[in-house]
Design a protein around this ligand. Structure first.
Ligand SMILES: *Cc1c(COP(=O)(O)O)cnc(C)c1O
Length: 382
């Protein structure tokens, strides 16, 4: 029997053809034919003011941190239960991260604890839509507006997720998506900065193009381009955009397949939840989830470790995350202390993620389920 990895990047159809076509067009740099197509897709389908493809979600966040003009001493509020990039992007600007605990069901920032962390130095609130599930964006946006703080969404995992019928990534003044091979819609490495507040558009194009107005030049708006501002280079090659366009055009198919896999796991594991062996997440009716990952909780760290080993012997890879950032070596250097964020410090020890990707087969999924039932000493029926 072959190994069932935790992730296997998949292509769904026209990827090779489009990448080949990008090569044939003999324009491999950024902002070519396919990049424009991808950008137009987000403007058309999501109504964002601008979409800028970037080399990663990490880079989209770094670009955003430059655009918000963050300075040393400014404070940014964010969860500690997240990927390192969410914090690094802002730390690079010298800001002080203020970590807030998560809510135990969605594992998203606990909105009821936000206000007590807002000070006159707070510039930004950064919600992370964990697993593509929204936190309470109605309350979060209301608090941000009332307190005069901007919102930036880390929507790396959240493509196609919604809160009350509105796409995640369209609430904040800006947001970032990831197309890393572990996400729903992929191109290997890549991301996008979505800009909802038009005031950021012009400067974003300049910073992304090494601080020059080359984008305006390419559109024939200026005679020659020149150095206008600070900047960096965040453009992905058009070959990567070609792969991405193939995925975007097939997003419905990708999402519906992921939905089937998700439902099969969820329904399949219900008996184990009923007998108290594990806990499945519950989703708010205001959330449209995007089937980014499949996770559940077990009773303790020991059970988690035993289960990982048990499944590894059956060639099935289970993983967990995130080590809370505030008590990581870097977080401690910033003054993080144990015991300050109880939910964040408890959850990763009991959380498990199952193999979950587009072309996971029915047979593979049944192997995963039957392994779990065997571990918990219960009968598995297909
Ligand atoms: C994947 C991920 C990122 C980083 O995305 P890259 O495209 O790899 O830079 C950032 N934040 C979260 C929550 C993620 O899951």
């Amino acid at each position: 029997m072959s190994r069932i990895p935790f992730n296997r990047p998949s292509h769904v159809g026209p990827e090779s053809e489009y990448v080949q076509d990008a090569i044939t067009r003999r324009k491999l740099a950024g902002d070519g034919y396919y990049t424009k197509k991808a950008t137009a897709w987000f403007q058309e389908h999501w109504g964002v003011a601008q979409c800028l493809l970037t080399t990663s979600c990490t880079h989209a966040m770094e670009l955003a941190a430059l655009l918000y003009d963050l300075k040393p001493g400014d404070e940014v509020i964010l969860p500690s239960f997240t990927f390192v990039s969410t914090v690094n992007a802002f730390l690079l600007r010298g800001v002080t991260p203020v970590f807030v605990d998560i809510e135990p069901n969605t594992l998203n920032i606990d909105v009821s604890q936000l206000e007590q962390h807002i000070t006159e130095k707070t510039r930004l609130i950064v919600p992370v839509h964990y697993g593509g599930t929204s936190c309470d964006m109605t309350r979060l946006m209301e608090i941000a507006k009332r307190r005069g703080v901007e919102v930036f969404e880390d929507a790396a995992q959240a493509i196609d997720g919604e809160w009350n019928g509105q796409k995640l990534g369209t609430f904040g003044s800006m947001s970032a998506l990831s197309f890393h091979e572990t996400k729903n819609i992929i191109c290997g490495e890549g991301g996008a900065l979505l800009i909802n507040d038009p005031a950021f558009v012009q400067r974003a194009e300049i910073i992304r193009e090494k601080g020059t107005n080359r984008s305006q030049f390419m559109r024939g708006m200026v005679q020659k381009y020149t150095w206008m501002d600070i900047g960096s280079s965040y453009l992905p090659s058009d070959m990567l955009a070609a792969y991405l366009v193939a995925q975007l055009e097939n997003m419905e198919q990708i999402q519906s397949r992921r939905g089937e896999i998700f439902t099969r796991y969820y329904e399949g594991l219900r008996p184990l939840q009923e007998s108290g062996k594990l806990t499945l997440p519950v989703f708010s009716t205001s959330s449209k989830i995007n089937y980014h990952m499949f996770y559940f909780w077990v009773e303790s760290r020991d059970v988690r470790d035993e289960l990982i080993d048990f499944m590894r012997e059956r060639d099935i890879q289970l993983v967990f995350h995130y080590q809370p950032l505030h008590v990581s070596p870097m977080g401690m250097k910033l003054g993080g202390k144990e015991g300050t964020l109880p939910v964040t410090e408890d959850i990763p020890h009991r959380l498990l993620r199952l193999p979950f990707f587009y072309d996971l087969t029915l047979e593979e999924q049944q192997r995963v389920l039957s392994g779990l039932f065997e571990f918990f000493g219960e009968e598995f029926s297909k």
